[in-house]
Write a protein that binds this ligand. Structure first.
Ligand code: CP
Length: 326
């Protein structure tokens, strides 16, 4: 068991080795058990986490804030709009200054081709751990909760389990590609056969695809790509269909919307779930565009594990905070 976490950042999914992720999951289950039993676990007494948000959030804010309080510390919610960042505070200044006030800095900055660089620039200047609450490239805490949920539902031995990460239609906005990218990076290290499904214009970043391929080779698992949602769903054990923007094809708003609108048939409905295994699970990081991305019948139905998945954000994040910030 690898336990050397103190002081470390968690920005990309592969910042922690597979063995280290296994430690995080062990700690997460221990903290989940403790919370269920009402056992105090004030591992971060008097510690304060800065939560700097450039984008809105329901789950990430709620779970980090509750998690820090349950660990005996405090989380300070900072909306970037209320700071002096737009008046000149640089990433270096945020890292230097918040690093002196706080014991950890968590950031959500999803701007395309900017967010990940920003978080890394803050980390370079910070003397305390920097945690990625989602950027343009990764959503690593979501993915820790996801792998935790898959293991809870399907067991520790995921060999030959078919996990489908699929694009889905949504009308609300052009969503980041960070969730599917984190999923293909992390899931290919955990024994399952991963299938990525998306229309041709919705490709992921080439270097992320290469890293997922390298993982699949290293861990002896499948990693296939298809543009056929039905084909992907056939005999799946886990389906994770969600919308993302065609960012590698175009960053133009209107052009992007036109591309998204070409694929309204990419919905997860009862017929499609019928293609999966009888005991398959339906996952989504939320928020979902109900009626477009997924039917109410599926997201509220027997296959859906979305609330357990959302709950696991809390436990996985507490584990990483306790390990890195203690
Ligand atoms: N899944 C997720 O990150 O949710 P929020 O955007 O509400 O934080």
């Amino acid at each position: 068991m690898q336990t050397n976490f103190r002081g470390r950042d968690f920005i990309g999914d592969l910042d922690f080795t597979k063995e280290e992720v296994e430690t995080v999951l062990d700690v997460a289950w221990d903290l989940k058990r403790k919370r269920a039993l009402g056992e105090p676990h004030a591992l971060l007494r008097d510690k304060v986490l800065a939560m700097l948000f450039f984008f809105t959030s329901t789950r990430t804010r709620g779970s980090f804030e509750a998690g820090m309080a349950q660990l005996g510390g405090h989380a300070a919610f900072i909306d970037s709009e209320t700071t002096q960042i737009s008046h000149g505070d640089t990433a270096k200044e945020i890292g230097e200054i918040f690093g002196r006030y706080f014991d950890g800095i968590a950031i959500r900055q999803c701007d395309w081709q900017f967010g990940n660089q920003y978080i890394n620039d803050v980390a370079k200047a910070s003397r305390v751990p920097v945690l990625n609450m989602q950027c343009d490239v990764y959503h690593p805490f979501q993915c820790l909760a996801d792998i935790m949920t898959v293991i809870e539902k399907k067991g520790r031995d995921l060999k030959k389990k078919k996990v489908v990460v699929s694009w889905a239609y949504a009308a609300s906005y052009s969503k980041p590609i960070s969730v599917p990218q984190s999923l293909i990076l992390q899931m290919t290290r955990f024994g399952c056969d991963v299938v990525l499904a998306h229309p041709p214009e919705f490709k992921l970043m080439p270097d992320i695809m290469q890293q997922a391929k390298d993982n699949a080779k290293k861990y002896g698992v499948g990693f296939d790509v298809t543009d056929n949602m039905d084909e992907a769903f056939k005999d799946a054990d886990v389906v994770y269909p969600k919308s993302w923007g065609p960012l590698l094809t175009t960053t133009g708003k209107e052009e992007g919307k036109a591309l998204i609108d070409k694929y309204k048939s990419w919905i997860t409905d009862e017929r499609r779930m019928g293609l999966t295994k009888e005991d398959s699970i339906y996952m989504h990081c939320l928020p979902a565009d109900r009626g477009l991305e997924v039917t109410d019948g599926v997201i509220d139905g027997k296959h859906s594990v979305v609330y357990d998945e959302a709950e696991n954000r809390l436990h996985a994040q507490k584990a990483v905070m306790a390990l890195t910030m203690s």
